[in-house]
Design a protein around this ligand. Structure first.
Ligand code: COA
Length: 140
């Protein structure tokens, strides 16, 4: 593997990124929606194997105290090889020393616990498609 890490959106093929996110099982959107979402984010990380995009993550942040992670995804064939750790460490390094939240996919909570995340007791979310979120087991 020829791993490369990128921290800006300059070289991203948004169709390829949409495929990575869909293959990882996260919420799909049109490539143009992902382009806007990533370009409007506070911090982004992309992983490549050679030229191939294999992973991504993005964060919103006020740059002082509060941040939120989204679209943490690796192609399935690259999962379980330590690259999720690289992705998350490279993302957290760019965020302020404050509070960081995320919605964990069911079963992924132990992955985040390794990086100091805890399970929220009073987390609330308002979703554009609550039924989808409910079906994924993330909403009561
Ligand atoms: C979440 C994701 C990025 C993690 O990447 P990964 O490559 O599988 O994780 P790594 O191999 O780097 O694992 C890092 C550590 O977390 C642990 N870990 C990873 N997934 C785990 C899980 N589901 N349960 C328990 N531990 C887990 C690993 O054992 C490893 O532990 P170690 O450092 O002590 O050896 C990846 O699985 C993925 O893209 N999943 C599909 C999309 C998704 O669910 N994203 C999260 C949305 S919230």
């Amino acid at each position: 593997m020829n791993l490369a890490v990128e921290y800006n959106c300059g070289g991203i093929d948004w169709e390829e990124l949409a495929c990575v996110i869909e293959a990882a099982g996260l919420a799909p959107h049109p490539p143009e929606t992902f382009r806007k979402a990533f370009e409007n984010s506070f911090a982004v990380v992309f992983l490549r194997d050679g030229q191939r995009l294999i992973g991504c993550a993005r964060a919103l942040s006020d740059a002082v105290v509060q941040s939120a992670l989204y679209d943490v995804a690796l192609l399935p064939e690259y999962q379980g090889r330590g690259l999720g750790r690289t992705l998350l460490e490279e993302m957290l390094r760019q965020l302020p020393d404050g509070n960081t939240i995320l919605y964990a996919s069911p079963g992924k909570e132990p992955f985040y616990e390794r990086f100091g995340f805890g399970r929220l007791k009073t987390g609330m979310g308002k979703f554009s498609d609550p039924e989808r979120v409910r079906q994924r087991g993330m909403l009561e």
